[in-house]
Design a protein around this ligand. Structure first.
Ligand code: ADP
Ligand code: MG
Length: 696
């Protein structure tokens, strides 16, 4: 095999800055770069030139088509391809691509979820190029990352609100930075690094399970004798077949300019992780969507199937996607890096306090932003963070914060660190990298790690919330400080007040423990256990106000999103329930009956030979009892599905799917799983957990 030259191949399929520099006239390149750096719209005077250069480049890479690539409310990406061909009138064609076509597209929006927006507004939707995310070539098409919105400007996608929230947090952060004497920064960028967990199973086994095919998770399955208890998979030696997959995946990602950096085995058998180097939030979102797409595609080429569901297997860890988040200036300063001087520390503490306040005031929104039927299996299940939002600061930073609030001097390792410098704020050692794996929102040295995000989720949602709520705190800070007589005093008082008011959300202990649930309740922290519980907050007055203030979502958009999310919940559970009922009725019951018949046949033979069939009789009796129970529960499930389907309001419908359909599915599963442990292996209609988890 030829060696893959990473340096030469990296970003080879991306119309990135380097390619732009080579292919665009100097002044056009400069204008475009400015547009990108400042997050502005593309100047139409240069659009034709950019489009033409892109087209020529894409054709050299084998492209014949272009597509506006967008992220509708389905959470996944959408694309519609148009070829570059344009007739010349004499029967011939030329390859053409105009600035207009680059900037704006008009896909038919009517079949994407719009949550009522469709009724109120025109079905027409537009896509607009987001020049801050590079175009790329894949599978013979030029992909143009776009935002997707309706005729009257309502966002129909995940990217538009994200871009709006990035503007909001940039504006707010700039106001605060100016107060610290920063006159040079032009834009503050939310940066994100998403660690993606996934499972790989053999395609041959996958194909035999309707539940995996239709729902992405196993709806049945008794635990294998071995699970993850030996902890021998985490960071373990990567098997050849998986290593080859990972190598292929890396090469494909690198060509698309995705900085795939880390790969390793995860905690559960057959579970793995891939992490890129962080990027601006919108780019990180696009890249994570592409990563998930390629993970699935490359898997198929290796005879594998990549499962991105949050909980493909009961009883062993599910998959999450740690969303590492920070704020950086366009001149390269990480605002969550504590820094070395007292002034830098004061600025750091200001941003930290803003985040603590934001997370406490809007923990409901953060929780909502990661709510999905799949993620319901993880959150609060003692393998992933609880459904309660709290912040982990670590010992060192906690000490600093406490000292600040109590007006005491801060000491570390017996060394006095309280540094009454220009800013009267404590100095403290950098890099306080305590590791607490049970916190949903942990400070990890120079960034926060939001650990509740599910593996299948589009990260635009949670990052939109993070950006917006932090923009809100920073704006309030700027409002309070801009007119202050003494900045240092005002800042000091503001920080003490903010942290005192919001320190209830800080928790450095074990988030999995039952004590924390009780303690959190005492502190008045919400514990929204399921998606259905979590979605109501979207349209609460305080949240509507927030989003309106920062122009991230209009009230109409919020109502539409809430409806889409409720509807999605019901649809997912409906598919799961139908699949479960079908598997029981057409696969499990017949298999169990065949087994029972064979057992009874043996009993009859034994009896006629004068032998008492003790074991067979007992077994047949047990199987018979479970069979009756299984059949009853399957019928019960079919009935509650019909009941839920008939409910009108989306919220009530989702509630019924959660309380009745989902719970009936669970009890049906319990019976089926028990039968699986009794019925002979060759009778069982599909591959078991042993085969799924331990044969790749
Ligand atoms: P872990 O121990 O949790 O695996 P890593 O140090 O490997 O953590 O980093 C996890 C992710 O955090 C990586 O994607 C990394 O690029 C990202 N990251 C690092 N710094 C920042 C930052 N300033 N902003 C956003 N993400 C960051
Ligand atoms: Mg991590």
């Amino acid at each position: 095999m030829e060696n893959f030259n990473v340096v030469e191949q990296f970003g080879i399929d991306v119309f990135n800055e380097e390619t732009m520099r080579q292919r665009l006239p100097k002044n056009v390149f400069k204008t475009l770069k400015k547009t990108i750096a400042e997050g502005k719209e593309l100047d139409s005077s240069i659009a034709d030139i950019v489009a033409n250069a892109m087209k020529d480049w894409a054709i050299e890479k084998g492209a014949t088509h272009y597509t506006h690539w967008f992220q509708p409310m389905t959470g996944i990406t959408a694309e519609k391809h148009d070829s570059f061909i344009s007739p010349t009138g004499d029967g011939a064609i030329i390859m053409e691509f105009s600035g207009k076509e680059l900037i704006k597209g008009e896909p038919d929006a009517s079949s994407f979820p719009s949550g009522g927006l469709r009724a109120t507004f025109e079905a027409r939707g537009y896509t607009a190029w987001d020049p801050t995310s590079y175009a790329f070539v894949k599978g013979g098409s030029l992909y143009i990352p776009t935002a997707f919105y309706s005729y009257s400007g309502e966002a129909l996608d995940k990217k538009t609100p994200l871009l709006r929230s990035m503007d909001a947090v940039s504006d707010a952060a700039l106001r605060v930075l100016r107060l610290f004497g920063n006159t040079t920064t032009k834009r503050v960028v939310a940066t994100v690094g998403a660690e993606q967990e996934y499972f790989l199973v053999d395609k041959k086994n996958y194909d035999k399970r309707k539940d995996l095919i239709f729902t992405g998770r196993t709806l049945f399955g008794a635990p294998a004798p071995k699970g993850q208890e030996l902890e021998d998979h985490y960071f373990g030696v990567i098997k050849d077949r998986i290593a080859e997959y990972m190598k292929d995946l890396d090469e494909r990602l690198w060509k698309l300019g995705i900085t795939s950096k880390t790969k390793h085995n995860e905690v559960a058998p057959a579970q793995h992780e891939n992490a890129p180097i962080f990027a601006p939030a919108n780019l990180a979102t696009d890249q994570n969507q592409l990563t998930m797409e390629l993970m699935k595609k490359v898997a198929l080429e290796h005879g594998l199937v990549c499962l991105l569901h949050e909980k493909p297997f009961a009883g062993i860890n599910g998959s999450g996607k740690h969303d590492n988040w920070s704020l950086s200036t366009d001149d390269g300063q990480n605002l969550l890096d504590p820094g070395n001087s007292p002034m830098e520390n004061a600025q750091f503490l200001t941003f930290l306090a803003a985040i603590i306040k934001a997370v406490d005031e809007y923990s409901d929104l953060l929780r909502m932003s990661v709510a999905s039927p799949g993620n319901d299996h993880r959150l609060g299940a003692n393998e992933a963070p609880p459904a309660i939002i709290s912040i982990f600061l670590g010992e060192e930073l906690q000490g600093v914060v406490d000292a600040l609030v109590e007006g005491k001097e801060y000491t570390s390792n017996g060394k006095q660190m309280f540094n009454v410098g220009v800013s009267s704020l404590p100095d403290f050692p950098k890099d306080s990298t305590d590791r607490n794996r049970t916190s949903p929102f942990a400070f990890t040295g120079n960034k926060f790690e939001f650990r509740m995000v599910g593996s299948n989720l589009n990260i635009a949602g949670p990052n939109t919330i993070l950006n917006t709520i932090v923009a809100n705190s920073l704006t309030e800070f700027a409002d309070a400080l801009e007119g202050a007589q003494s900045f240092n005093e005002a800042l000091h008082d503001l920080l003490v007040k903010t942290i005192s008011e919001h320190k209830r959300v800080i928790f450095n202990g074990n988030g999995y423990g039952a004590e924390w649930q009780a303690e959190a309740e005492k502190r008045g922290l919400p514990n929204l256990k399921s998606t259905v519980d979590a979605l109501s907050c979207i349209t609460e007055a305080k949240n509507v106000e927030l989003f309106k203030k920062f122009k991230v979502y209009s009230e109409v958009e919020l109502h539409s999103r809430q409806e889409i999310l409720f509807e999605n919940y019901s649809k997912v559970i409906n598919i799961e329930a139908l699949t479960a009922a079908d598997m029981v009725k057409t696969e499990i019951l017949p298999a169990v009956m065949k087994f029972a018949k064979d057992v009874c046949d043996i009993a009859v033979s034994k009896k006629s030979a004068g032998i008492e069939p003790t074991v067979e009789a007992a077994l047949a009796k047990k199987v018979n009892e479970l069979t009756i129970s299984l059949s009853d529960k399957a019928n019960e499930l079919s009935d509650v599905i019909v009941k839920a389907q008939a409910i009108e309001g989306e919220a009530e419908k989702a509630r019924c799917y959660h309380d009745e359909v989902f719970s009936t599915m669970q009890s049906l599963r319990a019976v089926a799983d028990e039968l699986e442990t009794i019925v002979g292996e060759e009778y069982w209609p599909y591959p078991t957990y042993d085969e799924l988890l331990f044969n790749v």
